[in-house]
Write a protein that binds this ligand. Structure first.
Ligand SMILES: Nc1ncnc2c1ncn2[C@@H]1O[C@H](COP(=O)(O)OP(=O)(O)OP(=O)(O)O)[C@@H](O)[C@H]1O
Length: 275
């Protein structure tokens, strides 16, 4: 479990990016920080692996204050995937993935083997191992980024808008792939996005944030959709429009559900809760 306790971050120029933020992030689940640009999502994420040091407060991992751990060691033990994959342009795919195991002391041969295993895990053919990042599509580069994030077999994986720069079709593919991976690996994932649909799709716990990392609501997607904390959250999650504004339409073959654009989304099979 990751805990933020009364965390604030004031940057040297005086910007208060995070103002007294507390949260518990359960292990083996996906927690998503969602909010508009500049609300402090990246700052929060980077305080988990000490890329950013808080001005006040404590971050704990499994009960232990992370300040007690050397920053470099902590950073290497936590996976980090960022928006533009962050791949080293003069390293091949395999070399990019193998960097972390190499830094952690694995032999060249073992690290290469690990890189090939991870390529398979994230759905990349082994034939791409010797390519350079510029010889891959944006979606493939992001897969390499995810493989690299997993290379140290971390318990925690931090993902900062990892699918923000790819087109919607590839994005949907990567999201499905992450859901599949997470079922298999059960990591503690902390994911940052400004896309509420992505947050609801991927998050077990969704944290809706406003400026200064102010928590507007924390809950499962169902809790938030069923009980938005206030009108602002209701409007932010699009409760009254688009894919979440479902209406019942009666047809001669029974009731169907129609979204805000009038498109049929499914058939109403039963009035009771179903799991
Ligand atoms: N190194 C820095 N020095 C000064 N201010 C910073 C620094 N990094 C971030 N900020 C400011 O802190 C606030 C929060 O930034 P942060 O990057 O955490 O937000 P974000 O929610 O991740 O935004 P985005 O979605 O645009 O990436 C913003 O006002 C930003 O300008």
């Amino acid at each position: 479990m990751i805990e933020f306790e009364n965390i604030s971050k004031r940057y040297p120029d005086g910007t208060v990016a995070v103002d007294d933020f507390s949260l518990q992030i359960p292990a083996h689940q996906t927690t998503v920080f969602v909010g508009s640009s500049g609300c402090g999502k990246t700052t929060l994420l980077r305080m988990i692996n000490r890329m950013v040091e808080p001005s006040q407060g404590t971050v704990r991992i499994d009960g232990e204050d992370i300040e007690s751990k050397p920053a470099v060691q902590l950073r290497r033990s936590i996976g980090y995937v960022m928006q533009n994959s962050g791949l080293l342009p003069h390293f091949t795919v395999a070399e990019n993935i193998a960097t972390v195991p190499r830094l952690m002391g694995s032999t060249r041969q073992d690290s290469h083997k690990r890189a090939l295993e991870l390529m398979e895990t994230v759905g990349l053919p082994a034939s791409m191992a010797q390519r350079y990042p510029h010889q891959l599509s944006g979606g493939q580069q992001q897969r390499v980024g995810v493989a690299r994030g997993l290379a140290a077999d971390p318990n925690i994986l931090l993902m900062d808008e990892p699918f923000g720069a790819v087109d919607p079709i590839v994005r949907a593919e990567l999201q499905e792939e992450l859901i599949r991976l997470q079922k298999e690996l059960g990591k503690t994932i902390v994911f940052v996005t400004h896309d509420i649909d992505e947050a609801f799709l991927l998050g077990d716990q969704v944290v809706i944030l406003a400026a200064g990392a102010q928590k507007l609501q924390v809950g499962s997607p169902s809790e938030i959709i069923e009980h938005p904390a206030d009108d602002f959250v209701a409007s932010f999650i699009g409760a009254q429009r688009g894919a979440r504004a479902l209406r019942v339409k009666h047809t001669e073959h029974g009731a169907v559900l129609v979204d805000g654009q009038g498109r049929t989304q499914g058939r109403l099979v039963d009035g009771r809760d179903s799991q």
